[in-house]
Design a protein around this ligand. Sequence first.
Ligand code: S3P
Length: 163
Amino acid sequence: MVEAILTGFMGSGKTTIGKLLARTAHCTHLDLDDLIVKYAKKTINQLFAEQGEKYFRDLETELLVKVLEQPGILSTGGGTIGSVQNRQLLEKNTAPVIYLKTSLDSVICRLHGDNTRPLFQSYAAFFTLYQRRMYAYEQSADFTIITDNKSPARIAEEIQSLL
Ligand code: S3P
């Protein structure tokens, strides 16, 4: 079973913090996006463009089920909490769900120039997605950590103090 699950919007630091936590705890870092890419042998951009978002989401759920059984610290994708099914999977799992809460301004700043995220296109659409997901992040979280203006090391320390 995973030991902790990180959630949050794109650019909230789920992968960076997950790696740090895993290194400190001497355990495996599990990254759901990486698993999808390895399994499909395609980038996320390719998956969205060639197979569509639904295909990506189905794969995300399928691999989420499997990865939740593995030991380690799990970094989810920003949209993993988007479906009821995925939220129920997280809820049923005993590992704490840690929401990395990051302001829209910080997220936009961090993702400036990024072209690896198919859903980071127009600012208007990004804003709508952010607003739409906030509630789901809050609801599915056992702990919420505000990440704005904090270094990855400090965020990881805060999380360690909770685990
Ligand atoms: C997505 C977030 C991405 C990735 C995909 C979809 C989303 O993960 O799963 O591009 O819907 O928010 P990150 O949050 O790691 O960027």
